[in-house]
Design a protein around this ligand. Structure first.
Ligand SMILES: [Zn+2]
Length: 407
């Protein structure tokens, strides 16, 4: 393998496909492409016969007739949790309702119990295995939340585990989310929980784990937290230097999209029931609507997010996995890409932007999500006749090679 530090060329590519960061929603398909790479970054990308003289003579990596694309960026995962909920999944198939499962101590409570019982070392091992699966499928960077501890101690252990994963070289952004649900200790008292999270826990967690979390998040939904409670937790995060993201309007409209614009959130996520005013507010404020179609599929719901309306209003829509044990036990970026085309009615080009450039922007990374000069050299090589094959042959488990990173 060629060292990523030296300058080298990748040629013999069937083509390269990439969003253009300078033009909204533009995707270029460049046949017979070549890329010049140095120090882990792309110096030049274009048609091979246009290669500038200065790059000729560099060592060559054989593209073996494959297509290059940017690596996927996943801007919404709940990476770290203990246990799983496959038994509950089958109980639902046998006809049990969410309320019955929750009354029997299942649902998110089960995950909180398992996560509270896990040591930092166990959480790191779980996280490394899952990150390996994401990378295997072409995800080169992802966002990962806390939120299955719901107490000061466990939320801190989750941050410590994320810090360890980052120190091992995994490329991820961490989001602090004690406002994921109401813990059993605060049953019936969401105002009290909002207060302790905003005034005590978040400041203490950021102080004990400086620089680990970059974002904060909260679940604004009927029966979870109101927009005002969400606002209090997000404003507390902002005072600590964190940028808000929001779980908004997943099961009904409770003003989550509007709140995301008011607090200057980087993203508002889910949005199946976002109001028209909320969509316009996100567009005006530059909030990235982040859609999670695999969750809609996993929950057996019919209402996919109104992606076309968001694009028509000028939103830079992004896609994410929402990987979590309750509503989307799925590490499969191609499934998300396919659902975006088949259910959200995005074109292939739009879906590619939403899997790469737009999530990278919502996470503040100009070097991810495209193949133009300055981009990270951790791009994907696909053994396909054309990138459209990734969606069209919808049952195929295409696996990319990630240039510069081990599989
Ligand atoms: Zn989520």
């Amino acid at each position: 393998m060629v060292s990523m530090r030296e300058r080298f060329l990748i040629t013999n590519l069937k083509g390269a496909v990439t969003p253009d960061p300078a033009r909204a929603w533009a995707v270029d398909f460049i046949p017979d492409a070549a890329l010049a790479v140095e120090e882990g970054h792309i110096l030049w990308m274009g048609r091979r016969h246009d290669l500038p003289a200065e790059y000729k003579g560099a060592p060559i990596l054989d593209g073996r007739g494959r297509w290059a694309s940017p690596g996927f960026v996943d801007p919404h995962t709940h990476l770290l949790f203990g246990g799983d909920r496959s038994q509950e999944f089958n109980r639902r198939l046998h006809g049990a309702t969410y309320a019955e499962i929750a009354a029997a101590g299942g649902g998110i409570k089960e995950t909180v119990r398992a996560t509270r019982a896990a040591s930092v070392g166990e959480l790191v091992a779980i996280g490394a295995e899952r990150l390996g699966k994401f990378r295997h499928k072409g995800v080169v960077h992802l966002e990962a939340k806390t939120g299955y501890g719901l107490d000061l101690d466990t939320e801190g252990r989750l941050l410590a585990a994320y810090a360890e994963l980052k120190s091992r070289g995994w490329s991820l952004d961490v989001t602090l989310m004690p406002g994921h649900d109401l813990p059993p200790e605060f049953a019936g008292d969401p105002d009290g929980y909002t207060r302790i999270v905003s005034e005590e826990w978040q400041p203490a967690l950021v102080k004990r784990h400086p620089g680990v979390a970059r974002f904060c998040d909260v679940f604004v939904e009927r029966g979870v937290f109101t927009a005002d409670q969400g606002r209090a937790m997000l404003e507390s995060g902002k005072r600590l230097g964190l940028t808000p993201r929001i779980h908004a309007d997943e099961f009904c409209s409770t003003g989550g999209a509007e709140l995301s614009a008011q607090v200057g959130a980087a993203s508002a996520d889910h949005l199946m029931f976002a109001s028209d005013e909320g969509i316009r507010a996100m567009a005006a404020a530059g909030v990235v609507p982040t859609l999670l179609p695999a969750t809609t599929l996993f929950l057996g719901m019919k209402d996919y997010a109104p992606a076309r309306k968001m694009i028509a209003e000028g939103c830079a829509v992004a896609l994410a996995s929402d990987f979590n044990p309750g509503s989307c036990a799925c590490i499969d970026p191609l499934l998300v890409l396919r659902l975006a085309c088949l259910q959200l009615r995005l074109t292939f080009e739009e879906a590619l932007c939403a899997m790469t450039l737009h999530p990278a922007r919502s996470l503040g990374h100009a070097h991810l999500g495209h193949l133009h000069p300055g981009a990270s050299a951790s791009f994907l090589l696909w053994d396909v006749k054309h990138p459209l094959d990734l969606v069209y042959w919808m049952g195929e488990a295409f696996l990319p090679e990630i240039a510069g990173l081990p599989r």
